[in-house]
Design a protein around this ligand. Structure first.
Ligand SMILES: [Fe+2]
Ligand SMILES: [Fe+2]
Length: 243
């Protein structure tokens, strides 16, 4: 069973906690003239995510499916969604479309966004930022919803455990704990820290998000600019020089 929380008006977080892995997988549904689902989750999550979406809108009316980068928890169930929603189209970076998505997982060609492009679904306006290797993967990008100030931030701010849905408290310390824990095992160097990481993160901070919506863990409502600089410092502390 997935849990639904409205994190901003008509922006819903759908959370499934996988206890064996001690991790939440979050998808975000934006209810608008052209409904957008951000992250599909893996194929195995499709039935529960579809059921949750069905409590908010008719799942067959999903028009856009966005994600940061090509990975199972980002877009693994894209084809399953496209089979039930005949107009559903992936929206992603040019690199994602050309290098992986159209060939591997899409039922129909994706729409690629250029860096800085604004994409409108009705009342909501999304700015796309191309962010190679942030959080990770060459094709990574971020969508920022300008009206509500919501940053859909994928694996940035990843927190393990079954935390609260939304919080005003610091989430960076939990993110840092996750990084330290992952450095000790097979998930080491989950997020790279490169010569460009801080510059890319400061572009995200300049958006001054009011809501930070990660794929794993709690959504944070507060000073997003400060939180992103804090996150950059945590990444530097744990990851710089580690790989
Ligand atoms: Fe990822
Ligand atoms: Fe992820």
């Amino acid at each position: 069973m997935s849990q639904i929380t409205e994190i901003a008006p008509d922006v819903f977080k759908i959370t499934t906690f996988i206890s064996e892995e001690n991790i939440q997988f979050n998808q975000f549904l934006v209810r608008d003239e052209e409904p957008l689902l951000y992250h599909t989750g893996m194929k195995g999550l499709f039935p529960t995510v579809k059921e949750a979406v069905g409590k908010l809108i008719d799942p067959t009316t999903i028009r856009w499916i966005g994600f940061s980068h090509f990975e199972a928890d980002e877009c693994g169930a894209l084809r399953e969604w496209q089979k039930i929603a005949s107009d559903a189209t992936a929206i992603c970076s040019i690199v994602s479309k050309m290098v992986s998505v159209d060939d591997v997982v899409a039922e129909r060609p994706a729409r690629a966004l250029e860096d800085g492009e604004v994409f409108v679904t009705g009342r909501f306006r999304f700015k796309f930022l191309q962010t190679p290797h942030v959080p990770h993967a060459w094709d990574a990008g971020h969508l920022f919803e300008e009206n509500s100030g919501t940053l859909l931030c994928s694996d940035l701010f990843h927190q393990n455990g079954d935390g609260e849905s939304v919080t005003n408290s610091d989430i960076v310390s939990r993110f840092k704990e996750m990084l330290i824990e992952y450095q000790k095992g097979p998930f080491a160097n989950y997020l790279p820290f490169t010569t460009k990481t801080e510059q890319i993160l400061s572009r995200l901070a300049d958006l001054k998000p009011k809501t930070i919506a990660p794929m794993h863990g709690s959504t944070y409502v507060g000073d997003g600019e400060y939180a992103i600089y804090d996150l950059a410092q945590a990444m530097k502390d744990v990851l710089a020089g580690s790989g």
